[in-house]
Design a protein around this ligand. Structure first.
Ligand code: KIV
Ligand code: ZN
Length: 526
């Protein structure tokens, strides 16, 4: 098992040992639980596959007791992932641990991750428990989980705002009961790097039995310091860093995987630590998460932002042209951004298409390949060249929820003096067609109203965003939509050379995700 022991190796060109830091990715749990970052089960599987390819040591796949849907997703991920440990989060309750055990039963390397808060504010107001009760419940929960799973992680929620001596006692109890990893979260992102590093050193030196377990950190980004705090902790001896792709997560997010990994990779001699991550997979994985969540990466985001390798100032351009090292500390290629690629177009064959998919990090089954290759040919007929972004859009379209409602055709009438009217004909999965005409405040509003009348629901439209995939008037329009129904959010993406059509496709994708979930809740998807 990859995460079985802490390995060390010598850094190239030095005699110093470089520790291997375990990368625990929680994009599918802490990331996914953030507002607006929800993913459907197929999307979660696609992300899990990509995390495995990236080489993350531990994939936290979800919180099985939080909903039947989450349990099913963790189960499905546990079945397909072979090269990473798969973790499920559980409160320190037997019923949660039972759900975790059930979800992880097919995993090659399962990990049950139990948490309980240790800070005065959480114990008093949330848990209504004393320190003694927290100590007792920690030990009992770890002992219970240990009966089913050897790899147990225990997290002291809000550890940074907890009494350090108490955290050491709780960690000691967890280790004594069998935890192999103890995790120290800065749940509210309050720590400063210097003090966080010191605290980690204190915990490492004062936790009874610490030599038998790994010490992990989990930092939130409320003050923009999650990565800095994680690195300070690593310098102080932390063995595992918990993080998410693109730094998505509750509130201001979690420590970003790509920033931790590239900091370690580039500065391993100074930090005396590195990871096993295949950095060339970073960009593709980041794109995938952004596509499935609909959460765009800020342009100036380190490593994966659109501008991360763009030089605008003349003096910088001049320097980079003479030698890239003048203004670049890493190459775009080292994180998987490839600039010199063959252009695909209508004469490109299946081989070239499949090769490009592989290069972009997608592994697609035979049936899906047939579907997206046909769509690629259609698109290549409409556009001269098909970009990597276009191809990503095709693959992501195939990973969307099954179509309860399929677009048959549409038309809109609009103008500056008149309101708009939209006509739409949809086909239900049972084969029947429904057609409706509706008036609205513009073409999109009229069409969305017509769709709502056909499906018999009026979800709230929380987000509607439209952009172009690449430049030029032949570019495809890309629409992102988030709808809310029954307090749940559903994302939809639509891509078309016609912006109204891309808007319709996005709305229908979100509607289909909603219908799929509602049918799943009543058991009618089987
Ligand atoms: O932020 C946090 O404290 C967590 C724990 C559940 C690990 O996400
Ligand atoms: Zn967290």
């Amino acid at each position: 098992m990859k995460t079985g022991k802490i390995e060390t190796s010598a850094a190239p060109g030095t005699n110093e040992t470089v520790r291997n830091i375990i990368i625990f990715d929680t994009t599918l749990r802490d990331g996914e639980q953030a507002p607006g970052c929800s993913m459907n089960p197929r999307e979660k599987l696609e992300v899990a596959r990509r995390l495995e390819k990236l080489g993350v040591d531990v994939i936290e796949a979800g919180f099985p007791a939080s909903s039947p849907g989450d349990l099913e997703s963790v189960k499905a991920i546990a079945e397909i992932v072979k090269d990473s440990t798969v973790a499920g989060l559980c409160r320190s309750l037997e019923k949660d641990i039972d759900a975790g055990r059930e979800a992880l039963k097919k995993a090659v390397c399962p990990r049950i991750h139990i948490f309980l808060a240790t800070s005065p504010v959480h114990m008093k107001w949330k848990l209504k428990m004393t320190e003694d009760q927290v100590l007792e419940q920690t030990a009992a929960a770890v002992r219970y989980a240990k009966k089913f799973c050897s790899d147990i992680e225990f997290s002291a929620e809000d550890a940074f705002r907890s009494d350090p001596g108490f955290v050491c006692a709780v960690f000691g109890a967890a280790i004594k009961a069998g935890a192999l990893t103890v995790n120290f979260p800065d749940t509210v992102g309050y720590a400063m790097p210097g003090e966080f590093g010191e605290r980690i050193r204190y915990v490492r030196d004062h936790t009874p039995g610490m030599e038998k377990a790994r010490l992990s950190v989990h930092c939130h980004n409320d003050l923009g310091l999650a990565v800095a705090n994680s690195l300070a902790a690593i310098v102080s001896g932390a063995d595992q860093a918990e993080c998410t792709l693109n730094g998505i997560g509750e509130r201001a997010g979690n420590a970003s995987l790509e920033e931790i990994v590239m900091s370690l990779r580039l500065r391993k001699e100074s930090l005396k630590a590195d990871t096993r991550i295949d950095a060339t997979q970073i960009y593709g994985a980041s794109r995938l998460v952004s596509q499935v969540t609909g959460v765009k990466v800020q342009p100036n985001k380190a490593i994966v932002g659109e501008n991360a390798f763009v030089h605008e100032a003349g003096i910088h351009q001049h320097g980079v042209m003479a030698n890239r090292e003048t203004y670049e500390i890493m190459t775009p290629e080292s994180v998987g951004i490839s600039k010199n690629q063959m252009i695909l177009g209508k004469h490109s064959g299946r081989h070239a298409f499949e090769d490009r998919l592989k290069l972009l990090g997608f592994s697609v089954d035979g049936e899906t390949m047939e579907k997206i290759f046909a769509e690629f040919k259609d698109l290549a007929d409409k556009k001269k060249t098909v970009s990597d972004r276009d191809i990503e859009a095709l693959v992501m379209g195939a990973a969307a929820a099954p179509e309860t409602w399929k677009l048959d055709h549409w038309a809109v009438n609009t103008g500056s003096a008149l309101g708009a009217s939209g006509t739409i004909r949809l086909q239900h999965k049972d084969g029947a067609y429904r057609k409706l005409v509706s008036l609205g405040d513009g073409p999109i509003d009229s069409i969305y109203k017509a769709i709502n009348q056909i499906i018999g629901r009026e979800p709230e439209l929380e987000l509607y965003e439209i952009g172009a995939i690449t430049g030029g008037s032949a570019s495809q329009g890309e629409t992102m939509v988030k709808i809310v129904w029954d307090d749940r959010r559903y994302n939809g993406r639509g891509v078309s050379t016609d912006v109204i059509e891309s808007s319709i496709k996005a709305y229908l994708a979100a509607v289909n995700a909603m219908e799929y979930e509602l049918a799943r809740q009543t058991g009618s998807n089987e």
